[in-house]
Write a new protein. Structure first.
Lengths: 792, 173, 289
């Protein structure tokens, strides 16, 4: 006899992932794996220049190439669709430029799509691209953000009369008065370089408009099948009920797959035009040109403080790079960030302004953290600068300014109310795990000795707003959709359970974590639960996965739906037990009679009784199924303390992260294994922005880092092992107490790493190193400030 | 067209292919073995890593004609009833998230462990330097490879199992 | 991305290879396919459109490591993996084994070849500088003849060698070095698998406590692999003290014309060359008997 499987206590346990079995054996369904009868392959000709008027696009020679079935220019398809949409015009006067899926008159970034060729196989399609003839009459590129705002700057969109997409500003308190009173005013300019999301799976799309029922199906490597469906149905003029969008296995997203893309529209309309299914798969180089980029911002930051370390005021002036067009969230990303500049600190006054600027580069949009890593970086760097200026320990300056545990809930100067947290607890734990005091002693010793390799200690005590977002908040900020999430739970006749969720995982492990919630709530074995997602026909309601929302909103919906199903089962159980519902208790998958625990019935038996419906109480339906939609009342606020020790070779400028401690507070944890994994990956992406990655454009607007040869994604030897731990102050704003864990690592790590580099170089008079802190930049920083140029 | 004869995951194939056909496209498009994905154009990412005659290679940077007469093993050819210990360890240690890099990671790990059955953390990181992952930060991948290493060594040294062990180990030339 | 179309020949011998290059090299752009680890990415990115690939993968006469008296002969088609694990190479040409172990990554090293890497002549490639440091001799087959070329005359420019269109590199001859020689390859990269920003291949022979001879090859300090001759001269006859080596290494960038690119402007590369040369020479000197 083996023990019966566990039916409770899953939440909080490091349950191994249900998703893995297929992924580790290659039984996968990446979009590019899919094949349909009559499938054709689409290749896309892309602009090799940043900005040009295009002459007639001649596809006739391509049509004559072997295997080619069709080829289209922008003009050929112009009647098939409307412009690609943006979902977030952030001000009344935000300029929303026309954005055709295929350029018709002008190309505005390297990689802008110009023509498509459709052939019997991908090799023939690639060959035929060489035969498409396009004349490019060059226009001046617009690359530099500040130059783009000059009155005589060449224009990205001639019709708009300016490259300024929007300006917004906000203030609270009297910053000028506070600055006049301050004893110290520090100003810094930080550059958030453009980065490339680089999900390991390049984007891919398969469209089939040939089904017998007249339905169009789009398989796409996306994070947001529901958003794609509603927006593309309108772009491509397909009645929404006739468009089914499926996100099959999706190989990472990080914001790069949080969009509605030209290739999705093109595959649909081309399939419709020629009556056969059409597939497009990006090469890595194409993905780098045609998938949105992240960050891209100039940050001018000023902090006014007293000499005892108390910060009084914070002034922020931003220029944010939109790229050539507005993708769905392009303009909204800095607006999300607007709220987070104060971080965990108390300020009396705050001013912030942001200008969005068009450039002839690939559009920017969400990238892990979307809008929140930028302010976290700025404020955490400034806290270190303030500490250095005042000769205080960086942790001490933070402690003097942060919101104390007793002060929660606390409304910050930007108007957000943080519900919970303990910056003291997270910092104390991180300090202990890191060996902060010992490392400071070692640092002092090395400085005294003038060691060639110096030690730097970087601090970051970040917070973020997660669980995007209350629909009302989105509405107040001109985002065109809501922020709710839906889940359905159904108890099947055999006692198995299906959960249908509107979130759309692409690596996060929702099938496992949501199963844990359902299994615990319904009291069934974990393997008896399945989670369905990522197909608008299977899971029709949802707003998908981004912004650390899936557990905070979607998980909450799963819990509520599972509870509702148990409630539906209860009167049936009472009827079968021949007692009143009020006398029935439920625990661990079993209904029992209050006071007579031996009299009971399992939920599986209730499920069968409901299905057969032979003997149901009056008014009870045979279906045990509940859908719940949750619209969050507010955000959640994960926080944490990250400490990074870096060794900097002052001769070569090489930076090596020696140890990294992250103590995060993401509220209640459903699966610690998965949360740790999210934190590891998040830290690594932040560390990569800090030290390695940058999407470099030359002055002509060419993406110089157009492949993985030049775009420096760190490999296994380039990052350290991590020490992670957690404090747990449950969120008070949702019944599960969860806060979201998907982005915390990325938000916390960027300033921790850069602070460690700058800290190592303080003896040389260095006050900043631009990201990524390449060896050359580190070396030059030392040289600029030290006549000896290190210790050669 | 060039005639090639290959063995892929134990099955013999006899095909006419274009000389320029990449091995990974031969596997995916011609043989329908889509377990091996493509992540880049420049042999940097390692997602497409397979074993050719027991040695790891990036199948996007090999022509199908170059494996004429060779034996190719993909992630789909590792489990023989039971999972390969490296596959098992990736699951147990949460060494994957989206899973796109995983086939290449598992193959690279098998290659590494056949060279160095007991690698240190640093040796694992250096030995896997040709494989990129965007989700895990490598932390749990390193743990998984170390765990698989211990498992494989225990199996090699321990008493003979009651049931015949699956043929995991790829025989090297 | 997809390679363009090309014809394909698979010669069985050196003679057939030369004949194939002779036949196709004249009327088109024939390329030798060795391990393909540099060529195939070039084709996939459509940076080249060769009409014919001559695949040496099955040709006899290009493969293996053997001794000939005081020389090691390494076949051009010997893979990096075979080179770095070869007992002969490790015993007699440790610098080559060490540098080869830094080339790309294990999977690439299983396919990529020594001769392919030298013939490709990428200025950022590690092995050309090693060949220069060894004063290696290239054995080249052409129509009806074998000729040899010293490494100093083989690398002519950016990805350009002294190989004629109908010629192919067959083998490389390296002198066997005794235990009075020490070696070190110092490579500086942005991330582990990326190309060298600068590399320094140092060979140092000690005799009676002083450096009797130093040979230093530089990677990515110009369009061809260079020798740091001023440093070599300054080291000769000097004890390998920190100060002596540092002052000699300060001359390492003399006469070089390094590129400026994403990973480093020229002055940074010159600086790196000096630092890495000092480190390489000191490490090499430590390894001598």
């Amino acid at each position: 006899m083996t023990a019966p499987p566990r039916t409770t206590g899953f939440i909080g346990r490091p349950v191994r992932r249900k998703e893995d079995a297929r992924l580790i054996t290659g039984q996968t369904r990446w979009t590019d794996n899919l094949r349909l009868p009559g499938l054709l392959y689409m290749a896309i000709l892309r602009s090799p220049v940043a900005h040009a008027r295009i002459g007639p696009v001649d596809v006739s020679a391509a049509l004559a190439e072997p295997g080619v079935v069709a080829a289209f220019s922008g003009a050929d398809l112009a009647d098939e669709y409307g412009p690609l949409p943006t979902a977030w015009p952030v001000t009344d006067d935000t300029i929303v430029p026309d954005h055709p899926a295929l350029a018709t008159d002008e190309v505005r970034h390297v990689g802008d799509a110009v023509a498509v060729v459709i052939a019997e196989n991908r090799y023939q399609a690639a060959d035929a691209l060489d035969a498409v003839d396009v004349r490019y009459d060059r226009l001046p590129p617009v690359v530099d953000l500040e130059a783009a705002l000059a009155p005589d700057a060449p224009l990205v969109h001639a019709g708009s009369g300016t490259n300024r997409c929007f300006t917004w500003s906000f203030s609270a308190g009297d910053y000028s008065a506070v600055k006049a009173r301050a004893e110290v005013v520090l100003s810094r300019r930080f550059i958030q370089q453009r980065v490339l999301p680089t999900a390991m799976e390049p984007r891919a799309v398969l469209a089939d408009t040939t089904t017998a029922v007249g339905e169009s199906t789009l398989w796409t490597a996306t994070q947001v099948p529901h958003i794609v469906r509603v927006l593309l149905s309108s772009v491509c003029r397909i009645p929404e009920q006739k468009l089914r969008v499926i996100a099959p296995d999706v190989g990472g997203g990080f914001g790069g797959k949080l969009n509605v893309y030209a290739e999705e529209a093109l595959a649909l309309v081309v399939s419709r035009r020629i009556g056969r299914p059409v597939k497009w798969t990006a090469s890595r180089g194409e993905d780098y040109q045609a998938t949105t980029h992240g960050r891209g911002m100039i940050q001018d930051i000023e902090v006014a403080a007293m000499r005892d370390g108390r910060a009084l005021g914070l002034k922020v002036d931003l220029i944010s790079d939109m790229g050539a067009y507005l993708q769905i969230l392009t303009a909204g990303v800095p607006l999300l960030g607007r709220y987070m500049y104060p971080g965990i600190y108390k300020f009396e006054a705050h001013e912030i302004r942001c200008q969005g600027v068009f450039t002839t580069k690939t559009p920017t949009d969400s990238y892990r953290g979307a809008g929140r890593p930028e302010p976290a970086f700025a404020i955490e760097r400034m806290m270190d600068e303030l500490a250095a200026e005042l000769d205080l320990d960086p942790l001490e300056v933070r402690e003097r300014n942060w919101i104390e545990h007793e002060e929660f809930p606390y409304t910050t100067i930007t108007g957000l109310t943080y519900d919970s947290g303990s910056y003291e607890a997270a910092t104390a734990r991180a300090r202990e795990l890191f060996g902060y005091d010992e490392l400071r002693r070692e640092q002092a010793l090395r400085r005294d000795r003038g060691d060639r390799v110096q030690l730097g200690i970087g601090v970051s005590t970040y917070t973020e707003m997660a669980g995007l977002a209350p629909s009302r908040w989105f509405g107040q900020h001109r985002y065109v959709a809501g922020g709710w999430e839906t889940a359905g739970v159904r108890l099947l006749p055999t006692g198995r359970v299906e959960a249908v969720v509107g979130t759309s995982p692409h690596g996060q492990g929702h099938v496992t974590t949501f199963s844990q919630i359902v299994a615990d709530t319904v009291g069934v074995p974990l393997d008896d639960v399945d989670v369905l997602h990522g197909d608008t026909s299977v899971a029709p309601h949802g707003l998908d996965t981004y912004g650390s929302r899936s557990m905070v909103i979607g998980g909450r919906a799963v819990l509520a739906a599972a509870e509702a199903v148990v409630a539906q089962a209860k009167p049936i159980a009472a009827h079968l037990l021949e007692v009143e519902p009020g006398d029935v208790e439920f625990a661990d998958g079993r209904f029992s009679v209050r006071g007579a625990p031996d009299a009971g019935i399992t939920i599986q038996k209730v499920a069968l009784a409901a299905f057969t419906a032979h003997d149901l109480p009056e008014g009870v339906t045979p279906v045990l199924h509940a859908d719940v939609t949750i619209d969050p009342e507010t955000f959640s606020y994960p926080h944490g303390t990250h400490l990074c020790a870096s060794e900097v070779d002052t001769e070569t400028g090489a930076v090596s992260v020696r140890s990294y401690v992250a103590v995060d507070d993401v509220g209640r944890v459903v699966n610690p294994l998965i949360v740790d994994g999210q934190v590891h990956g998040g830290i690594t992406q932040g560390l990569a922005q800090a030290l390695y990655e940058e999407a470099v454009y030359d002055t002509e607007g060419n993406l110089v880092t157009g492949s993985l040869v030049d775009y420096m994604v760190p490999g296994p030897p380039d990052v350290p092992p991590y020490t992670t731990d957690r404090t747990e102050t449950p969120a008070t704003t949702n019944p599960m107490g969860v806060k979201g864990a998907g982005e915390a690592g990325t938000i916390g790590s960027v300033p921790a790493v850069v602070n460690s580099v700058v800290d190592a170089l303080r003896p040389f008079g260095v006050t900043d190193v631009r990201m990524p802190c390449t060896p050359e930049r580190v070396w030059r920083a030392i040289h600029e400030h030290s006549p000896r140029g290190g210790v050669v | 067209m060039v005639r090639i004869i290959t063995t892929v995951d134990g099955a013999r194939h006899d095909d006419d292919v274009e000389a320029r056909l990449l091995l990974v496209h031969y596997l995916r498009d011609q043989l329908g073995r889509t377990g091996t994905p493509i992540g880049c154009d420049t042999s940097n990412c390692g997602a497409c890593t397979v074993l050719i005659d027991g040695y790891s290679a990036k199948s996007c940077t090999v022509l199908a004609v170059q494996v004429d007469g060779r034996e190719v093993t993909t992630v789909q050819g590792l489990a023989d009833g039971d999972l390969h210990p490296v596959q098992k360890a990736f699951h147990e240690e949460h060494g994957l998230q989206c899973g796109f890099c995983t086939p290449g990671m598992i193959i690279a790990a098998i290659d590494l462990l056949s060279d160095n059955p007991d690698p240190s953390d640093g040796e694992v990181r250096r030995g896997m330097e040709g494989n990129l992952c965007r989700c895990t930060g490598y932390h749990n991948i390193v743990k998984a490879v170390r765990a698989a290493s211990a498992d494989l060594r225990a199996t090699a040294q321990g008493p003979a199992p009651v049931e015949p062990a699956p043929e995991h180990a790829v025989v090297r030339a | 991305m997809i390679p363009p179309q090309f014809d394909y020949v698979r010669p069985r011998s050196v003679e057939e290879a030369v004949a194939a290059l002779g036949e196709h090299g004249r009327d088109g752009d024939a390329k030798v396919l060795a391990g393909g680890q540099s060529l195939l990415p070039v084709l996939r990115l459509r940076l080249g459109y060769p009409t014919v690939l001559v695949d040496l993968g099955r040709a006899a006469g290009f493969h293996g490591v053997r001794e000939e008296a005081d020389t090691l002969v390494i076949g051009a088609m010997t893979t990096h993996h075979e080179v770095m694990t070869s007992k002969l190479v490790r015993a007699h040409c440790g610098l080559l084994a060490e540098a080869t172990s830094t080339v790309a990554d294990p999977a690439v090293r299983h396919r990529g070849t020594f001769g392919g890497s030298l013939s490709h002549a990428d200025p950022a490639g590690d092995l050309p500088a090693v060949a220069r440091a060894f004063d290696a001799t290239m054995v080249v087959a052409g129509p009806g003849r074998l000729r040899t070329a010293p490494a100093s005359e083989f690398f002519l420019g950016h990805m350009t060698t002294a190989l004629e269109p109908e010629e192919v590199l067959v083998a490389v001859r390296l002198p066997k070095l005794g235990s009075d020689w020490g070696y070190r390859y110092e490579k500086f990269t942005r991330v582990a698998q990326s190309w060298a920003i600068v590399g320094v291949a140092a060979l140092v022979r000690r005799s009676n406590g002083v450096i009797a001879e130093a040979r230093i090859g530089l990677t990515n300090m110009g369009s061809t692999p260079e020798r740091a001759t001023a440093t070599e001269d300054a080291l000769t006859g000097r004890a390998p003290t920190d100060d002596a080596v540092a002052s000699a290494a300060a001359l390492a960038a003399e006469g070089t014309a390094p590129p400026s690119d994403l990973n480093g402007r020229a002055d940074y590369r010159e600086h790196l060359a000096r630092v890495l040369t000092r480190r390489a020479v000191l490490a090499a000197a430590m390894r001598t008997r």
